[in-house]
Design a protein around this ligand. Structure first.
Ligand code: CP
Length: 312
């Protein structure tokens, strides 16, 4: 594999899941594969899980990870072509990506959307510029519209916890105080569409994800109806897509509660705001898979890096 920037880069999700399970059972089996290879992790935005689990995955493969908080510590990077750079940016992506490619065998990038300009966010100009101007493979650690390491992690977690052949999985919107990206919900949707599950989405009116992502997935605007017979409730907030980046609703009637989810397992990518998105009683119960999910981030990243290293 050359780059991993989308769930669409997964050729066969079931074989990936089986391979990730094997890596999880023997994480150091391929410790020689990445020897003398460097993974550069470039963060334009904050992270706890992605930052640490991707480093851990690299270490499990014998790689040397190096990390930079680009927004705080590097020169401001210009992504537009032909710009007179007399403003806040001091270095063009053409030079930045070429230079970092000399230090790293693989580059991983996190860059969130601005959520003010839909067209610009959907152009994925940051991750695509790295793919264009770097000479080494690029891994997305969450881009403007996708979080493919999280999406594969979630598929692995569902496969490990399913107690029936074709479980019912509900992606439910929940309230939040801030405008959040669509990336996690998009990649989760794409991952579920590749799996043998009954997958539906629940969100209030005005919060439908892009039709390009949801395709023919059933969308409910009634949470109770959507949760009927659910085996997994995956919760995430996202801002409005139609009224791009807007927060249309903050009241608690879509809060995830123990009563609402019944016997279903609860999933969330974390970080999560307790008692805004989901009540304590869910997170503190045996129904919650969130810690296990976060653990699987390492093995999802490790499989992606292994596949890239094998093709270097
Ligand atoms: N789920 C996730 O990507 O977590 P971080 O933002 O902490 O990396």
């Amino acid at each position: 594999m050359k780059h991993y920037t989308s769930i669409n880069d997964i050729d066969d999700i079931n074989s990936w899941i089986e391979e990730a399970k094997k890596l999880k059972a023997t994480p150091l089996k391929n410790i020689d594969l990445g020897q003398y290879k460097t993974l550069g992790l470039l963060f334009f935005n904050s992270s706890l899980r992605t930052r640490l689990s991707t480093q851990k995955a690299a270490l499990n493969l014998g790689m040397n990870p190096i990390v930079m908080n680009v927004s705080g510590d590097a020169w401001g990077i210009e992504f537009e072509d032909g710009t007179v750079m007399n403003g806040t940016t001091a270095e063009h992506i053409k030079e930045a990506a070429a230079v970092v490619s000399q230090y790293c065998d693989v580059i991983a990038v996190r860059a969130f959307p601005g959520l003010t300009d839909k067209e610009k966010d959907e152009s994925e100009h940051v991750i695509k510029s790295f793919v264009k101007y770097a000479s080494v493979p690029i891994v997305s650690m969450e881009s403007a519209t996708e979080h493919p390491l999280q999406g594969f992690t979630d598929a692995l977690t569902i496969a490990e916890n399913a107690t029936k052949k074709r479980p019912k999985v509900v992606l439910s919107w929940a309230p939040h105080i801030k405008a959040l990206p669509h990336a996690v919900a998009n990649s989760f949707t794409q991952a579920m569409q590749k799996m043998d599950v009954e997958f539906v989405i629940a969100n209030p009116e005005g919060y439908n994800l892009s039709k390009e992502i949801t395709k023919d997935t059933k969308i409910y605007h009634n949470q109770k109806e959507a949760f009927k017979d659910a085996d997994f409730v995956y919760t995430k907030n996202w801002s409005s897509y139609d009224e791009y980046g807007q927060v249309l609703k903050t009241d608690s009637d879509w809060l995830i509660t123990k009563e609402k989810i019944g016997e279903a397992k609860f999933m969330h990518c974390l970080p999560v705001r307790r008692n805004v998105v989901v009540e304590d009683a869910v997170l503190d119960s045996d129904a919650s898979l969130v810690i296990e999910q976060a653990n699987n981030r390492t093995f999802a990243a490790q499989l992606v890096l292994k596949k890239i290293l094998e093709d270097l």
